[in-house]
Ligand binder design. Structure first.
Ligand code: ZN
Length: 270
């Protein structure tokens, strides 16, 4: 599943090819994504210039002169730029043709993604109640501490709650909790301010490192048929249940929290 760093890398990859370009046509081959692609998307977008490409949580906001295309990559979606006229393969559902001769092609085998149109995207129901971006000053350990008081839920699903902070997916929550030495099963309300300050720093660090590594994959958004996958960040615990901890050698354990597998080190994380 594309996580926040992959979405941000997508934004950085496509933005220079979209910003300032006029859309000549939108071709939709299959409207059945998580929600149907609006019937009038071609009419709304064609003829308009794309002004900016922004990101909010895992939503890409392709801002036209009037209105915004809100796109989400779902479980298996990707966006890349190809030459117009390139035949569409299976699962390549949408082409947004530009006056430059390129087109933005949306591919999504599992069709859990989204392409929606909004005149006021930040007030769209999908975006309205989102918490702060993790890499901004609006997110810090003090926020985690304050919002967690009285909460009995485990700390891992707490930091993955989009109302608390957006974009902390399973891989990054797992790694940040390990780096901060916090047991993912611990009740959110029982963790000290000092430990939350450390945890917030680690969340920012793992996400920033992944985005930085994504920069090396930017060429994949132009021409080639490879899709950006997970970045080759060194993982200490995610996906390593049963293997030895890279720090202390203890066997890593897995527990299910909030319906997600959570790997942790029973000695390093308390
Ligand atoms: Zn350990």
């Amino acid at each position: 599943m594309p996580e926040l760093p992959e979405v941000e890398t997508t934004r950085r990859g496509i933005a220079p090819h979209l910003e300032g370009q006029r859309v000549s046509r939108v071709v939709v081959r299959d409207r059945r994504l998580r929600w149907p692609i609006p019937e009038d998307l071609d009419v709304r977008l064609s003829g308009q210039r794309i002004v900016t490409v922004e990101r909010r949580a895992k939503y890409l906001l392709i801002n036209a002169e009037v209105g915004t295309l809100i796109s989400h990559l779902g479980m298996s979606g990707s966006l890349r730029l190809v030459q117009q006229g390139l035949p569409a393969a299976k699962h390549e559902h949408v082409d947004i043709e530009l006056e430059s001769g390129l087109m933005l092609r949306y591919t999504d085998p599992r069709r859990f993604g989204a392409m929606l149109w909004s005149l006021d995207p930040l007030k769209h129901e999908l975006l309205l109640r989102l918490g702060p971006e993790p890499l901004t000053e609006l997110f810090d350990g003090e926020r985690l501490f304050q919002l967690s008081r009285g909460r009995a839920m485990a700390v891992k699903p707490f930091i993955m709650d989009n109302a608390v902070v957006v974009g902390v997916g399973n891989i990054y929550a797992t790694e940040a909790l390990f780096a901060a030495g916090i047991d993912p099963r611990r009740a959110a309300g029982g963790i000290s301010r000092a430990r939350y300050l450390k945890l917030a720093i680690e969340i920012k660090r793992v996400l920033a490192a992944a985005i930085e590594q994504g920069g090396t994959t930017l060429r994949d958004f132009m021409g080639g048929d490879g899709q950006p996958g997970y970045f080759q960040q060194e993982l200490f615990v995610y996906g390593r249940a049963g293997q030895p901890c890279k720090v202390c050698g203890s066997e890593l354990r897995s527990v299910t929290l909030g319906q997600r597998a959570s790997v942790f080190c029973p000695r390093c994380q308390r």
